[in-house]
Design a protein around this ligand. Structure first.
Ligand code: URA
Length: 235
């Protein structure tokens, strides 16, 4: 909840003294009813404020990053499992945030959330080629033939064709994988198609944004600079 006069000032409608005068004239309405009292408390998430009929403020665009621990499903609601929504602090509860794509229950690492549906769709569209980098521990060791097969575009065991992807062997049983699409269990299935069952999977980055020193289970809002990077990637 926030004072109406403060909300109007923050929205850049007019100066504080002008707002006082405007309020007196009854030109400001909250949920359709004229409101002259600047000290009245409003909830900008739930109420609509208008000046001469024009909506003021509107929902703030928000993009946050979670370092997902294992054991949570990427869903807004699940009858059995704990969901990633339970990991978001209360202050984000009414922001209408949706996870950007999915991480499996066992997968850890970077998961973005946003209330901007257009940005969400652009980020998950394979056409936008937003790269997602994963670290995998797996059975076997990736070789040059595997690297070439990833680059050529793999065909999964069920016949699904994948776009070109990057496989970087780090050593025995460890690799980095970069993909620009998000098919169901994609990385696990890609690795399985090359006889390298994934034992552990972590998303390290998306669209050039990394986890930095964000602790497992922690959440933070993106900076304006990071939002700019993401917008450029999803253009
Ligand atoms: N690919 C997978 O197989 N699992 C994930 O969680 C993400 C990408």
């Amino acid at each position: 909840m926030e004072r109406l006069d403060k909300f109007l000032t923050n929205a850049g409608v007019a100066t504080r003294s002008q707002i006082k005068a405007i309020l007196k004239t009854g030109r400001v309405c909250v949920d359709g009813k004229p409101m002259k009292d600047g000290s009245a408390k409003i909830d900008p998430e739930k109420q609509t404020v208008t000046l001469d009929g024009d909506v003021i403020g509107g929902k703030k665009r928000m993009v946050i990053m979670l370092n997902k621990p294992a054991g949570f499903v990427t869903s807004t609601d699940d009858p059995r499992d704990r969901t990633v929504m339970e990991l978001l602090p209360k202050e984000y509860a009414h922001q209408d945030l949706k996870p950007v794509g999915r991480l499996d229950k066992a997968t850890e690492g970077l998961l973005l959330f946003t209330n901007d549906g257009d940005l969400l769709h652009r980020l998950i569209s394979p056409k936008k080629e937003v790269p997602k980098v994963y670290y995998a521990r797996h059975e076997g060791t990736a070789g040059e033939d595997d690297v070439a097969a990833f680059a050529a575009g793999l065909t999964l065991r069920d016949g699904t064709e994948c776009l070109t992807a990057k496989l970087e062997p780090l050593g025995p049983g460890e690799s980095l994988i970069t993909v620009c699409e998000g098919k169901y269990h994609q990385v696990r299935r890609m690795m399985a198609s090359r006889q390298m069952t994934v034992l552990y999977l972590e998303r390290l980055s998306e669209g050039g944004l990394g986890l930095g020193d964000l602790a497992r289970g922690a959440v933070r809002e993106l900076t304006a600079e990071e939002l700019q990077i993401l917008e450029t990637q999803a253009e």
